[in-house]
Structures are given as C-alpha cells and as structure tokens.
Ligand binder design. Sequence first.
Ligand SMILES: Cc1cc2nc3c(=O)[nH]c(=O)nc-3n(C[C@H](O)[C@H](O)[C@H](O)COP(=O)(O)OP(=O)(O)OC[C@H]3O[C@@H](n4cnc5c(N)ncnc54)[C@H](O)[C@@H]3O)c2cc1C
Length: 386
Amino acid sequence: MHRITVIGGGFAGLTAAITAAEAGARVTVHESHHTLGGRARTAEGPYRTNDGPHALYNGGPHWAWLRQRDLIGPLAPIPPLEAARLRLRHKGALRRTPPFAMLKLLRRGVGPAPVDIDFLTWATGIAGEEGARAAAHYCAVALFHHDPESLSAAFVQERLRRAAKLPPEAHYPRGGWAGVVDRMAALAWNLGVRVETLSRVDALPTETPVVVATSLGAARRLLDDSSLTWPSGRTALVDLAVRTRRGDAFAVSDLDAPGWIERFTAQDRTLAPAGEQLIQGQIPLAPDESKADGTARAEELLDLGFPGWRERLTWRREAVANGRTGAVDLPGTTWRDRPAVDRGDGVYLAGDQVAAPGLLSEVSFNSALTAVSLALGRRELDLKHA
Ligand SMILES: Cc1cc2nc3c(=O)[nH]c(=O)nc-3n(C[C@H](O)[C@H](O)[C@H](O)COP(=O)(O)OP(=O)(O)OC[C@H]3O[C@@H](n4cnc5c(N)ncnc54)[C@H](O)[C@@H]3O)c2cc1C
C-alpha cells in the first residue's frame, strides 16, 4: 500500500487526499491552520462571507466529481427576479444590457482567440476598442486582474465565454463553500485519511511521495525554489451588510474598469441576519493602487446599484487578496507554461497557479488529480477525470 503525504488542507489538498485514499493509499494531510479549507473558508458568525470562492461553475471538472460523491450539498439558486437585477456600469451609468459591440465577441462564428496576442489587440479587431474593453472588464468576475486587456487573448476569451454563458454556469452552495469543505473533510475521514491541523510543515518530509498543495508562494519557500512564480491578481475585497431595501441590484459589473459587486443574500438568505443583505465588492488593483483606491471604486458602484447604502450600513470589512485569485496567463503563455506539477524526486505540486487547465479553483482540482495520479504511478486517474 502506498503512503502519501499532502501538505495543505485547502480545496487542492482535500481533493488530493480523497483521490489518493480512494485509490487505496494511506494518506496524511498536514494543515497549518486550525481548520481545513484554506481560501475556501466561510467566516463564522452572523455575516457569512467567503474569503475566496463563492461560485461553483458547473462547466468545470470538479462539478461532476463533487456531485458523484454527494459533496456539493444544497444549492442556493438565484431567483429569476433577482437575476434580472444584474446591472452593468457603462460610461458612468447603469444599464441592463451589455453594449452591442461587446456581444460581437460572443457570437458563434468567432473562432478561438490566439495565445500570442493580448486580448485588446485581438478583440478590437472584432468588436472595436470600446467593445473589447467592456468585454475584458466584464471578465473581472472570473480573473480578478487590473488589466485583463493585456492578458493572452485565448486566456481571456475562455473566461469571457464561461462568465457570459446562459444559463449561467455559476452555482452557489448554500451557506458558502464551508459546507463543501466540511463534506470533503468528512469523506476524507471516512476513507481513513489522517488529518493533522495546526501542523505547519517547514521542511519537506524525507518520505515520498509528497503533494505540496499550498499556495505557490508557500511552495516556493518550502521547496526553496525561486522559479516557482506565476502572475496573479491583487484585489480589494469590500464586504458589507446593509438593511434590506426593495429594488437593490443583484450584482453590478463594471464595464468601465474591472470590478464586480454582488449581493450574495439575493440567492442565499442564510448568509446574513433577517432584514439584512450581504454584499461583496471585488475590485482588482493596479500595482500603484492602494486598498483605499479600490474601496473608493467599490463605493461608486454601491452608490449606483444600492441607493442609500451608507444610511443602511450595519457591518463592514475590507481586505486585499494579493496573489490569492489564481493564475493569469500573459500573451505567449498558457497553463502548460506554469510551474509543472511534477517537481522530481517524488514531490508534486497542486494549487491554482500550477500547470493545469481550468478556471480559478478548477486549476487546484485538476492539478490535485494529476499530482496524485503521478504520485501513485496511475495514469488512468488522469484519463478518467480529463
Ligand atoms: C476573492 C476571491 C474570490 C474567488 N472566487 C472564486 C470563485 O467564485 N470560484 C472559484 O472556483 N474560485 C474562486 N477563487 C479561487 C479559489 O479560492 C482558489 O482557487 C482555491 O480556494 C485555492 O485552493 P487551494 O487548495 O489550491 O489553496 P488554499 O486554499 O490556499 O489552500 C492551501 C492550504 O495550505 C495551507 N498551508 C500553507 N502552507 C502550509 C505549510 N507550510 N504547512 C501546512 N499547511 C500549509 C494553508 O493554510 C491552506 O489551508 C477566489 C479566490 C479569491 C481570493
């Protein structure tokens, strides 16, 4: 029987642990925090904000895998009346529909975008500069970068298509991702996985195989390998609760600059006390921008979509997520160019900035499966889940 050590108990680590245990391995997970989940944690208390993921995209590979194991749990569907309250800021005003030029990029006849060219150059040829910029900014919800126009056209096009799909791919586990994490942890436990929390690993274990399922920054330090880097985003997160008012927007997508604000209680009433609404603004920051700049932009969107929010405010929290929103690919690069999963000598990486396809946490999921199949020498795991 194989033994396998997993460092990190986030979505990647739990996926790796379950996959390895199902394949018959004896698994130990070390997690430095006192709870599992990593970025997929949901805050305790009356305002159940998510540190990281909210949406589970049903077009992703993790959807079927989680479903097969009954790990998704109850979902919080967006009522159609609420979904109709999605607003777009364009040229300073709120509108209900995207600019026509932007829609040109979503037509069936538009072929795959090139990898080597930036999105703005490629998309301007189809939709004009205004349509191209609006489309790039709309993708902020799925790529969290201050300058999506400058990224690889192929990378942004994939996110645009998935973020704009109808019916929407985004689904919301009721109560946040904490429930998904709890169910994954329970399954791991039932499969005999040994989970050690408050167990920070500062040196690689001598016994291999080891799956390092930390952030890429933590893996860089652990493996003492300065090559373990890849671009990501820096995003101001503004969480707030306001007293309920009929007619508030469900979400506001900023097409003038990257930014997204969503009222998560529209689909899930359990996230805030009765009579209050929980909102999160996600505003990508340029390198020279501060948290205050992001907050100011979030407040502009709040003023437009949530009239009187200042007087209705009951709770507020601000943070910056730096390098925590997954990989972004520059022109000339794809996921295949990111740090490889196989580091040699029985050490494998899993996480959302390594060489695996997908959107956001799907990269953590895919890389975890690849890491385990390589670690156990079982390529068929790869094929089964490809
Ligand atoms: C604002 C925001 C919004 C997002 N929205 C979405 C979304 O809607 N949908 C989506 O799919 N994804 C989303 N994501 C991305 C998603 O959160 C991540 O891709 C995913 O949670 C990463 O999981 P992971 O297991 O790879 O890493 P992590 O969650 O970072 O887990 C790594 C774990 O390793 C532990 N660790 C680190 N170092 C050590 C050590 N030395 N020893 C032991 N343990 C260690 C950490 O404590 C942590 O628990 C979002 C992210 C952010 C920040």
